[in-house]
Design a protein around this ligand. Structure first.
Ligand code: ATP
Ligand code: MG
Length: 441
């Protein structure tokens, strides 16, 4: 199965990993999501190796043999090997974890593969494949992972699992919704139990936001949010956050807008647009879709609660700022765009300039009128990439001395170009002359 389902390059890495394990007298296993996804034939090339023995020494040796780089994380006895072509391989020492108190970061001790798999979140993630030659390709299933995979079930390994680590609740929802599985009865009851305690409040802000970002980065975050709502978990982001028709309608619009944006930016990447004065667009990869969903969530709670949520979740200042701008300014921005329509491109530019792509997309989500949406989309796809042909240097060549007037002239040039009032470099020069002579205000 491994040979048939994996790219030959990945298959060879696994072979090589097994051979090195044998030579250095350790046992190597590939574990977790890779195995879970391999069996039903879902492509997943996130390789996690577990070593019975010294995983870090093993990772160093494998990296040396493959002329790859290795980054070591000593506290957890883990390492990442980065191959020359950028392919990554996570290596860990088989370990057990002890929780000093619920939600604490675990203390770690070396152990066997069986114990290592027991500390994992769900049975479907406890499957492993042996790599040592002689046993290469053997499936290891201590905890009923294959059965639950077949029965499409998310099941914890023991009843304290969510108490030890409540982030697993979010993981459960993520896997359940991503794969269309269901929570096993006992697991579901345990989640409801945890939701009634204050365990989530004891979780650090950064761990909570990490999980939330993963959840909102899934293929269909709407389903994830709906499930959080059903299980009464939204209140751990903020007590004021509840499901509502308004939230539903915002959430419904988000994937449409994100889909539109991804399609258009892919087109830019293909065409490398470079018409006079128009630079090529930015790739969609730089846009963070989860942030737009998060903006939708923040839209339906009071302004004060938004500040509280951002403090609780300890989001990066860059993200927090984008969320604040959306929450506190979007209504005003939309009002300015719809005041008189259609606005000229330069006026649209003046309203929207400087906003993050995510905020702009959220404005499209929130906009009710088609003409306002069109203005924002035109800004995103075209206006924001437009620049005058003349630069400061050109102005100097024209005999102007650098001064604050420069900025004003360049901004007038930009407006004229946006509105289609100038086409050529000569047009721009004429306009500059008219501005200097006071012919243009
Ligand atoms: P994905 O496809 O989302 O990457 P994954 O199963 O590979 O899913 P990772 O977050 O990459 O998940 O983690 C790798 C493995 O580590 C998981 O398969 C799981 O066994 C284990 N794991 C991760 N987080 C936890 C956790 N909070 N508690 C227990 N085990 C965990
Ligand atoms: Mg993974």
């Amino acid at each position: 199965m491994l040979r048939g389902r994996l790219p030959s390059r990945v298959f060879r890495i696994l072979k090589q990993a097994g051979e090195l394990a044998e030579r250095t007298s350790v046992s190597a296993f590939v574990v977790g999501g890779f195995v879970r996804d391999l069996l039903p034939g879902r492509p997943n090339l996130d390789l996690d190796l577990v070593i019975e023995g010294d995983g870090i020494a093993y990772a160093r040796a494998l990296a040396r043999a493959a002329k790859a780089e290795v980054n070591v994380h000593g506290r957890f006895e883990t390492a990442v090997i980065v191959f020359p072509d950028g392919f990554k391989l996570d290596v860990a020492t088989a370990r057990t974890e002890h929780y000093e108190y619920p939600t604490a970061l675990p203390t770690v001790q070396r152990s066997s593969i069986k114990e290592d798999l027991y500390r994992r979140d769900f049975t479907i993630n406890t499957l492993a494949i042996r790599l040592n030659p002689g046993h290469f390709g053997e499936l290891i299933d201590f905890y009923g992972g294959q059965r639950d995979l077949k029965e499409k079930t998310i099941r914890v390994l023991h009843s304290l699992s969510f108490v030890e680590d409540p982030t697993r609740v979010f993981r459960a929802i993520r896997f359940e919704q991503r794969f269309g599985f269901r929570l096993e009865t006992e697991t579901s009851a345990l989640i409801k139990g945890v939701a009634e305690t204050d365990l989530f409040h004891r979780l650090s802000g950064s761990r909570l936001s990490e999980e939330l970002i993963l959840l909102l980065s899934e293929e269909d975050p709407r389903k994830m949010i709906a499930r959080l709502g059903e299980l009464h978990l939204l209140r751990f982001l903020h007590p004021a956050l509840k499901r509502s028709a308004r939230l539903d309608s915002l959430l419904k619009a988000v994937p449409k807008v994100l889909g539109w944006y991804k399609r258009t930016s892919l087109n830019w990447a293909d065409r490398k647009v470079s018409v006079a004065g128009v630079c090529s667009g930015s790739p969609a990869g730089l846009m963070e879709g989860w942030l737009v969903y998060f903006m939708a969530l923040m839209e339906v709670i009071p302004g004060k609660a938004v500040g509280e949520t951002l403090r609780r979740l300890k989001l990066s200042e860059r993200h927090a700022e984008r969320i604040r701008v959306s929450r506190y300014s979007s209504s005003n921005l939309l009002r300015r765009l719809s005041r008189r329509s259609p606005l000229r491109p330069a006026e649209v530019n003046r309203v929207l300039v400087g906003l993050s792509v995510e905020t702009l997309l959220f404005l499209m989500v929130k906009a009710r009128s088609e003409s306002v949406k069109r203005q924002i989309s035109a800004y995103l796809t075209t206006y924001r990439h437009i620049k005058p042909i003349l630069t400061g240097t050109d102005l100097k060549t024209m005999g102007l001395k650098p001064s604050p007037i420069f900025k004003k002239i360049l901004s007038q040039l930009l407006s004229a170009r946006l509105n289609g009032e100038v086409q050529t470099k000569a047009d721009e020069r004429d306009l500059v002359k008219r501005i200097i002579n006071g012919a243009t205000p």
